[in-house]
Design a protein around this ligand. Structure first.
Ligand code: ZN
Ligand code: ZN
Length: 171
């Protein structure tokens, strides 16, 4: 939890800190904080800590929209690539028989899926790429689950983790 005294008071004038403001979203909550981008008053619940200071949720959201530049087609490509590669990788893992192979093949398959998606989507960043990739890696492997539950169980865990890790974004 962020307490009011941990927040920096934005200094945009000589008497700004003495002025009592009311949060734009919560009109009953008094605050001394303003968003350092749009300047609207905001309470500590609404303030989001960013590398460049405290901002309101709306400004953070619009910054993210600019950051995430993936197009609808990217998700289709990401899903299809993940599904197809995962299908064949899981087939191999399930067929090999010895479940320990899954420990070596799964992270490699996941890594490959991540790299191929990354290239084919023009290295654009998508808010939902990690979810789409993860879901399709799992979907592609499910048909083989009954064939070799142990190996595919390991595969589901490790391949999905390796594929998704490349799209986890830190803001
Ligand atoms: Zn703002
Ligand atoms: Zn508020």
């Amino acid at each position: 939890m962020t307490t009011p005294d941990q927040l920096e008071v934005i200094e945009d004038g000589t008497d700004a800190a003495d002025e009592t403001l009311y949060c734009t979203v919560h009109p009953t909550v008094a605050t001394h904080l303003r968003c350092n981008r749009c300047g609207r008053p905001m309470c500590t619940r609404c303030a989001v800590k960013t590398p460049v200071g405290y901002r309101c949720r709306e400004c953070v959201r619009s910054q993210q929209d600019k950051f995430f530049d993936a197009q609808a087609l990217d998700y289709l490509i990401a899903g299809a690539v993940s599904l197809v590669i995962s299908f064949f990788a899981a087939l191999v893992v399930a067929r090999l028989g010895w479940f320990l192979f899954a420990f070596f093949l799964s992270p490699a398959a996941g890594g490959l899926i991540g790299r191929v998606v990354w290239r084919l989507t023009g290295k654009r960043r998508g808010r939902y790429t990690a979810i789409v990739v993860g879901a399709n890696v799992i979907l592609g492997a499910l048909p083989f689950f009954m064939l070799n539950p142990l190996a595919i169980g390991i595969y589901l865990f490790m391949a999905t983790g390796a594929a998704v890790a490349q799209f986890r974004l830190h803001l």
